[in-house]
Design a protein around this ligand. Sequence first.
Ligand code: ZN
Length: 406
Amino acid sequence: MNEPLFTPEQLAEIEAYHFPHYVWAAVGDGVNLVVCLLVLWRGVAPMFRFSEWAAAALAARWPGLRKARVPRVVLAALDRLWGGPGWGAALLFAGCDFAVGVLAFLPVDVYFGYVLEHRFGLSRYTPFTFAVDELKETAAALAPTLAVAFGLFALARRLDRWWLVLGLVAAMALLGSAALDPYRGRYYFDQRPLEEGPLRVRLTGLLRRAGVEFSDIVVEKTSRATVKVQAYFAGQGRTRAIVLNDSLLAQLEDDEVLAAVAHEAAHTRESRWPNRVAAALALLAFLFGIDRLFRRAARSGWLGTHRFADIRTLPLVALVFYLAAGVTGPVAAAFSRGRELEADAFALRLTGDPGAFRRMLVKAARVNKMDPNPPRWVVLKGWSHPPIGERLAAVDRGDWKNTDGR
Ligand SMILES: [Zn+2]
C-alpha cells in the first residue's frame, strides 16, 4: 500500500550525500587521535613558552592594572583562586590549545558545514553568513572551555579531593545549563511567536492533552542557513518553548506538524534522572582518572612538568576525555534510539493518526535527505535516532497500539 520512499535517482543522490559522512565516521577518530598526539609530542613546549612570554608581556604592558581599583580586586581574586601567579599563562596556554584544535579541523568543518551541504542543495549560507555563524559558535565554545580549564586546574592545585568537589559542581552546572536551552536557538536565528490561527489552536490543544507545560510556540527562521526541516522543545516546565522552524511549516500540512510536535511532547515525559545520574557518575570516574594521571605526570616529569596539575598536561586531559567519550557515546546513542521509538509510539497514540505521522516522516526524510538504510556500524557508532526505514516499519507494524506507555 505504501509507495517506495525514494525513487532510484533520489536514493543514489542520498547515498552520494552520505558517503563522505560515512568515510569520516570511519577515519575521523583516527585523524583526531593523530592531531592530539602531534600536539602532545611537538606542540606543548612551544605553546607553553609562548604563553609565559605573552603573559609577562601583557603584565609589563599594563602595570597600572594591579593598582586600579576594580581590576586590582579581580586580579587578586584570580591569584587567590589559582594559589599564586601563573594563571595568566595557564589561560593563554588553554587558549592556544583550543585554537590549534579549531584550526586543525577547520577544513573538515567547512567541507561538511558548507561545501557538501551546498553541493546537494541543502544549504542557504553565503560564505559570509557561514563564517559569521562559525565565529559565533567558536566564541560560544571558547568561554566555557577556558572556564573549565581554569576551574579544573585551580581546584586540582589547591584541594586534595578536587575531583570530588569539581564533579559535584559540574553536575550542578549541567542541571543549570538546561535553563539556557530556550536562548541557544535565538543566539543564531530569529524567533517569532507562531501566528494565531487554526494550527496554533490545534497545537495548544494537543499539548494540553499531553500534559505539556510551555511558555510559547515559536517559529525559528533557519531558512537563511538551511532548507532542512526541524522541530524541538527548548527548556523545561513553564519556560519551555516549542520551536518549529520556518521550513517545517512551509513543507508540512497541519496534521503532519501535529505529528512532529506529538513526538517531541513524548520526550518531555521521559525521566531525566537515570541520564543525569549516569552522566554524573561517568564524570566522577573521569575526574578520578585525571587525578591519577596528574600524579603520574608529576612523578615521571611528563611534558616538562614537575608539579601536580601543571597546565601543560591539559592536552593529555583532552585526549583522555576524547577516548572516554568514544566509549560512552555509542552506549548513550543506543539508549537514545530506544527512546526515539518509544516517542514515536507515544505520538501515534496521542494523535491516533498514523497516516499523518507516516507522511511527516517521509517528508522529513525527503527534504533532509535522510539515508533510509545506513550501514549498521554507522548507526551503532553514534546515531541518536533509528534510521527512517526502521521508524516507518514500526509505524506500519502497529506496535504502538499494544504498548500502553508510561
Ligand atoms: Zn525524538
